[in-house]
Design a protein around this ligand. Structure first.
Ligand SMILES: *Cc1c(COP(=O)(O)O)cnc(C)c1O
Ligand SMILES: [Zn+2]
Length: 273
């Protein structure tokens, strides 16, 4: 039903493989669909309330989802902000209304469901915050063990508390986030755990539903521009993909200009461009 394709060299992999990055070049993998076989109509979509799983035709999952009713977040119109900015309309999508308080839940519902579909029995990630909280709650929902690796002293305590409360095994390592990520990748290979860091291609598929919801909430009118915070640029890439898919399927006519924002103290992408 779907394949994986390296975004750097174009090598294809089966969607049945447990694989995170390209074996030829190390590039990230994108989920590829046969769009000719997908037909979505505005009328059919309008019959269901907003949620990640209402767009399951555009998600790479073929089993019952592990879900906590993520998505369907409010889109607020901000009249005073629009006026201040001198634009006609401005909206903010309140992704904090997801089950664990961040947009990561959209990706994790898909990622943890994929782990089960692939026959994996433990999920893992390295994280300093929202990713570990989200992974832990979806693993708990699925009755699956979760392992979280944290760099000592560089974490959001409230988020670690969420992971602990939901029964994740939380391990602290000496070193920074990159070292935690390297360790968790090794751990996943050695122990046959399923890795759900942002290199996992399936999380982004859940995150692209932000685009679907925004379009639907605006009666299939696409905004001129989307502005969002950027870390690894996974979410911005996912939302852009979502809008491209809607256009490909004939549901919308344009794709917004994407604007990413990075904090001064954590701005590798801004500094390279
Ligand atoms: C994960 C996260 C980001 C970074 O997202 P990327 O997909 O890595 O760009 C930004 N803000 C919040 C609140 C997050 O949880
Ligand atoms: Zn490659």
């Amino acid at each position: 039903m779907h394949d994986l394709r390296c975004i750097e060299c174009g090598t294809n992999y089966s969607g049945d493989d447990v694989i995170y990055t390209c074996m030829e070049c190390g590039g990230l993998l994108d989920v590829i669909y046969d769009y000719d076989k997908i037909s979505l109509t505005k009328k059919e979509l309008s019959k269901q309330p907003l949620s990640v799983w209402k767009y399951r035709d555009l998600l790479p999952i073929h089993r019952e989802p592990v879900t906590l009713q993520e998505g369907g977040t409010q889109l607020y119109r901000l009249e005073r902000l629009a006026e201040d900015l001198g634009i006609e309309e401005a909206y903010v999508k309140h992704e904090g209304m997801n089950p664990t308080g961040s947009f990561k839940d959209r990706g994790m519902t898909v990622g943890v469901t994929k782990a089960i579909e692939l026959g994996m029995s433990t999920v893992a990630c390295a994280s300093t915050g929202n990713t570990s909280a989200s992974l832990s709650i979806y693993a708990a929902r699925a009755g699956m063990p979760a392992v979280v690796l944290l760099p000592a002293g560089k974490v959001a305590l409230g988020k670690v508390a969420q992971a602990l409360m939901h029964g994740a095994k939380v391990l602290t390592i000496r070193g920074n986030f990159d070292e935690a990520l390297r360790l968790v990748r090794d751990l996943c290979t050695k122990e046959d755990f399923y890795l759900l860091n942002s290199i996992n291609p399936y999380r982004l598929e859940g995150q692209k539903t932000i685009a679907f919801e925004v379009a639907e909430q605006l009666q299939w009118n696409v905004p001129d521009r989307i502005v969002l915070p950027v870390g690894n640029a996974g979410n911005i890439t996912a939302i852009h993909k979502g809008f491209k898919e809607l256009k490909k399927l004939g549901l919308t006519e344009t794709v917004p200009k994407m604007t990413g924002i990075q904090a001064e103290g954590a701005s590798p992408i801004t500094r390279t461009s």
